[in-house]
Design a protein. Structure first.
Length: 141
């Protein structure tokens, strides 16, 4: 078994931060923005507030070198990329937006796992949020 992997009879999981596997956790928490999302006509007319959370397990490699940002995955790149995706036109489903965000994160080969949560904040008056959380892996890279 690979260092850092936890395995049971059916599922192998990858931890977020793990010394043996040289993994670092990088995250973006509670990013709220407006985006065009939804299947109903009224949702296509006006952008909606969504809250996005990204949690990434990132291979450290040689770690931080000389306090240089070029040697780590930058959370600024994640925020800018998330803004770009959310401003890139209408999507019907929170699942679709989640997959686009996961693909953005996994494009960096150092990212081994990402959990993306997308929440629509203003759908129901008596519910704070509805949405989806997905987990995607890049183990083969």
């Amino acid at each position: 078994m690979t260092a850092g992997l936890k395995q049971d009879a059916k599922i192998t999981t990858l931890p977020f931060a793990d010394l043996a596997g040289s993994l670092r956790r990088v995250f973006v928490r509670d990013m709220v923005m407006h985006t065009s999302i939804g299947v109903y006509d009224h949702e296509k007319e006006t952008p909606q507030r969504v809250r996005i959370n990204l949690d990434l397990a990132v291979l450290e490699g040689d770690g931080v070198q000389n306090d240089d940002i070029m040697t780590v995955l930058s959370y600024e790149d994640l925020v800018v990329g998330t803004r770009r995706i959310c401003q890139d036109g209408h999507v019907n489903l929170v699942e679709t937006l989640g997959e686009k965000l996961a693909d953005m994160c996994l494009a960096d080969t150092r990212v081994r796992k990402v959990i993306v949560r997308v929440e629509k904040l203003d759908v129901f008056e008596d519910v704070s949020a509805v949405g989806v959380e997905i987990e995607r892996h890049n183990i083969a890279r």
